[in-house]
Design a protein around this ligand. Structure first.
Ligand code: NAI
Ligand code: MG
Length: 499
């Protein structure tokens, strides 16, 4: 047993899970060793300590998993009725609810989000499962008119596409895996899921629990391992019909290239540099907190983080002082500290990346208002960065143009609505955005003017599966949530019946 993987403050179930010799792979309902017997170290980002080992899947393992997924797709699973798949999702809802504390603890230890945050994800996760349970009995085609001679009846039917490759990042797999798992179970597809090498544990545990409630072997397989090995093998595998990917734009491009092999349709949610626009007439106290948490939540590791905060000139001073005060009041701590509001970054590599952007910001002439340093003392071995605010940022600076994925907020002054919209759109990304004002017509001008897949008014980061979100421009394509979500998992067949 790995001593460093024991946490007295955690439940027995969590400790039992964490103390396993090796985690992954999960293929055809069984835990398998990787073909090449390679492993990766699992580090606790709060301490930097190795807490276990993760199977490093190879191309061969991906191939095994894809075959298992194909066999399951063509076997019994294809004869499950929508009601049976829906009932499975209800059982999933129940077992996830019952085991949620363990899942939250695993996630916090593995990827560093504070336990207060992962525990609070319960409602989001359960809502997603209910959303997909409803989708499973709502897959509809159409009866269509036609102008054909004779008596021809025409319709369209929707059918599951087959094997889905799911590639997800490390910033919140506990919830984000459900965009894939839920859709697979609702649609009747099967999947090979490749979680991020830095945070695979909650995915492995969730899929294990699903097997306990009757998920047939092979329907959802998990191949852990490196992105450029296991992820790349999955993206180019000719036996995979579609790919759902969340992650960086750079890796998204590689997946688009790999998809050419067999013309895979893709659902891509990529990077962002979202504008958060604050007018002088906004409720400033709410705007300060909302904009700050729009960046600092999850230590900035959120795709739609509102990292470019445009503030109307007359309130810039007041806003900067307020946001700096708020940032400094946030408790940054070990992910298992019950009072911590922000945890560490995922890895040393991410820490270095964020710190390098802090240096770049200073060199570019932005004014560092607060933060900008790694935390020391008892947090010195973890990957902690103080919430950081830069003022006097110009939208053309690197820190305003590139995705940092850390707790770094940039304040950019503006004067008019037109200027705010123009600056907000000066980015290659198009994921999220927000506007804070008491004037509804001003809010709507911004909502209509900003080219992004989601906009918030007087709030930031609210997500509901019934509504969904998605990106445009370099932030990707294909919907997450809403009715369009299942489009990635279904294809449409036109049927002509000569009667
Ligand atoms: P990444 O996009 O490379 O990783 C996301 C997933 O893709 C992981 O599961 C990874 O193993 C996999 N992957 C990596 N290379 C692959 C390849 N060639 N083919 C198939 N799959 C591959 O992101 P990474 O390297 O973890 O983080 C780097 C930066 O990317 C971050 O600093 C951040 O700026 C950005 N990022 C953005 C995310 C978002 O949601 N917008 C999520 C994660 C990272
Ligand atoms: Mg980790």
């Amino acid at each position: 047993m790995n001593q460093q993987s024991l946490f007295p403050e955690l439940s027995e179930a969590t400790n039992q899970f964490l103390s396993r010799e090796q985690h992954g792979l999960l293929i055809d309902g069984q835990t398998l060793l990787p073909a090449e017997h390679k492993t990766l170290e699992i580090r606790n980002p709060s301490t930097g300590l190795v807490i276990g080992h993760l199977a490093a899947g190879s191309e061969m393992d991906v191939d095994r998993a894809v075959h298992a997924a194909r066999a399951a797709f063509e076997g019994q699973w294809s004869r499950w009725t929508p009601y049976e798949r829906q009932a499975l999702l209800y059982r999933a809802h129940e077992i996830m609810e019952r085991n949620f504390d363990e899942l939250a603890e695993i996630e916090s230890v593995d990827m560093g989000a504070p336990i207060s945050r992962t525990r609070a994800m319960k409602a989001s996760m359960l809502k997603m499962i209910l959303f997909f349970a409803a989708q499973s009995s709502n897959i509809v085609g159409e009866t269509l008119q036609n102008g054909l001679p004779g008596e021809v009846t025409t319709m369209s039917i929707k059918a599951p596409v087959g094997v889905i490759g799911g590639i997800i990042p490390w910033n919140g797999p506990l919830v984000s895996q459900w965009w894939l798992i839920g859709a697979v179970l609702a649609s009747g597809c099967t999947a090979v899921l490749k979680p991020a090498e830095d945070a695979s544990l909650s995915v492995l545990r969730v899929v294990e629990l699903l097997h306990e409630i009757g998920l047939p072997p092979g329907v959802i397989n998990v191949v852990t391992g490196l992105g450029n090995v296991a992820g790349a093998a999955l993206a180019r595998h000719p036996g995979v019909d579609r790919i759902a990917f969340t992650g960086s734009t750079e890796t998204g491009r590689k997946i688009i290239e790999a998809s050419a092999v067999n013309i895979k349709k893709l659902q891509l949610e990529l990077g962002g540099k979202s504008p958060d626009i604050i007018f002088a007439d906004a409720d400033l106290e709410k705007a300060i907190q909302g904009a700050a948490m729009g960046v600092f939540a999850n230590s900035g590791q959120i795709c739609f983080a509102g990292t470019r905060v445009f503030v109307q000139k007359e309130i810039v001073k007041e806003f900067c002082a307020g946001v700096a005060e708020f940032a400094s009041s946030l408790r940054v701590g070990h992910s298992l500290d019950p009072d911590a509001q922000l945890g560490p970054l995922i890895s040393n590599q991410q820490l270095e990346r964020v710190m390098s952007y802090v240096r770049i910001g200073t060199e570019e002439g932005a004014e560092l208002v607060c933060g900008g340093e790694r935390l020391g003392g008892s947090l010195g071995d973890g990957y902690f960065v103080k919430p950081t605010v830069f003022a006097n940022v110009n939208n053309r600076m690197k820190i305003a143009q590139e995705e940092i994925f850390g707790p770094v907020l940039s304040v950019i002054p503006f004067e008019t609505v037109e200027e705010a919209i123009a600056l907000g759109n000066q980015t290659p990304y198009g994921l999220g955005g927000a506007v804070w004002t008491q004037d509804i017509s001003k809010a709507l001008r911004v909502v209509k003017g900003i080219h992004t897949g989601v906009m918030w008014v007087n709030c930031y980061g609210l997500i509901d599966p019934l509504v969904g979100f998605g990106g445009t421009k370099l932030s990707g394509y294909g919907a997450k949530g809403g009715r369009a979500h299942l489009d990635t998992y279904l294809y449409t067949k036109a049927v002509y019946i000569n009667t």
